[in-house]
Design a protein around this ligand. Structure first.
Ligand code: GLU
Length: 285
C-alpha cells in the first residue's frame, strides 16, 4: 500500500510545480521555471516541452500529412511528458534527424529527444541520457532477392546506407571491421528509397527501424542481430534532475503496462521478439 501512495504524492508534487510555473509565467516571471536548484537548466517543472522526434521512420516517428506526429517514440515521449506534468497540448514536436540531435539539445532547439537515439560512450560526453526506454538490436535489410548477405560480415564490398549522424554504419565498418562501402543519406527514409532504386545493397540499422519500414517497402531482414541499441531519452548535458524524473516515468511506463501496450500497438504484427520488462538503466551523468 505504501509504494503507490508515495508515487502519487511525487506525481502530484511534480504537477504542482508545473502549475506554479504556469502561474509564474502568467505573472511574467517565467525565468524561475525550467531552472534547477543551482540555476541549472532542467526539464523538471517545465510548463511546456519541445520534443525532438523522427519524421520518416514508420511505427517510430512519422510526420503525418496533417502535420501531427505518430509512432512508438511519440507515444513514449507523450507518456513521459505527462508524468512530468506536461499534457499533450503543451508539447511542441520538432523533426530532429540523426545529424542534428546533439546540437539541438545543446542550443535549446529541443528540450528532450526521443528518436531512436542510442546511448553511446561518445554521445554521453555531450548529452545526458535517461533510460534506456527500450533496447533494440542492429540487423540488416537487403533487397528481396539477395540471398548472399546472411551476416554483417557479408556486407564486405557492399554499398550500405550511411545516415549522417547515425551510428549504425559505423557499427559495421568501424566496430565490426567490415569493409562495406558507405553511401551517405540524410535519413532512414532516404535509405529505403535508395535501396528500392538499387543505389544500395543494404540498410543495416536497428531492428525496430527496419521492422517499421518492412510493412511498406520491399526488402528482407536477414535476422542476424549483432548489437544492443539502448534507446535513451536525450537531455541537455548536466540535467540530472530531469534525467532522474524521466527514469521514474520510464519505470512507471513499464509497471503500469503502458510499455507492453505500446510495443504491441506499433510492433505487434512485426514478428519481432518484444521485451516488456523495464531495461537496465544506464544511470544519469
Ligand atoms: N539508433 C541508431 C543511432 O542512434 C540508429 C538510428 C538513428 O540514427 O536514429 O545512431
Amino acid at each position: 500500500m505504501r509504494a503507490p501512495r508515495t508515487r502519487s504524492i511525487r506525481v502530484r508534487s511534480i504537477r504542482g510545480a508545473a502549475l506554479a510555473c504556469t502561474v509564474l509565467s502568467a505573472a511574467g516571471l517565467l525565468s524561475a521555471c525550467g531552472l534547477g536548484g543551482a540555476d541549472k537548466p532542467t526539464i523538471a517543472h517545465k510548463h511546456s516541452l519541445t520534443i525532438g522526434v523522427k519524421a520518416d521512420q514508420p511505427s517510430l516517428g512519422v510526420k503525418t500529412k496533417n502535420g501531427t506526429y505518430e509512432g512508438f517514440d511519440v507515444d513514449v515521449a507523450t507518456y513521459i511528458a505527462a508524468r512530468l506534468g506536461v499534457p499533450k497540448d503543451r508539447i511542441t514536436w520538432r523533426t530532429t534527424n540523426s545529424s542534428v540531435r546533439e546540437k539541438a539539445l545543446a542550443d535549446g532547439t529541443v528540450d528532450m529527444i526521443v528518436a531512436t537515439y542510442s546511448i553511446t560512450a561518445k554521445r554521453k560526453r555531450t548529452v545526458t541520457f535517461a533510460g534506456p526506454y527500450y533496447v533494440a538490436h542492429q540487423d540488416t535489410l537487403v533487397a528481396p532477392g539477395d540471398a548472399a548477405v546472411r551476416d554483417v560480415r557479408d556486407l564486405k564490398g557492399r554499398k550500405i546506407c550511411a545516415v549522417t549522424g547515425s551510428n549504425s554504419w559505423r557499427r559495421v565498418i568501424e566496430e565490426r571491421k567490415t569493409a562495406a562501402v558507405p553511401v551517405q543519406a540524410p535519413t532512414y527514409g532516404a535509405c529505403m528509397d535508395d535501396l528500392a532504386a538499387g543505389r544500395l545493397d543494404a540498410v543495416s540499422t536497428d531492428d525496430l527501424i527496419l521492422a517499421g519500414f518492412a510493412a511498406g517497402h520491399p526488402g528482407k531482414i536477414i535476422n542476424a542481430p549483432f548489437t544492443d541499441e539502448k534507446y535513451g531519452v536525450g537531455l541537455k548535458k548536466g540535467d540530472l534532475e530531469g534525467c532522474e524524473q524521466v527514469n521514474r516515468a520510464i519505470t512507471a511506463m513499464y509497471q503500469d503496462g503502458t510499455a507492453a501496450r505500446l510495443l504491441r500497438k506499433w510492433f505487434g504484427e512485426s514478428g519481432l521478439k518484444l521485451t516488456t520488462s523495464v531495461p537496465q538503466f544506464e544511470g544519469c551523468s
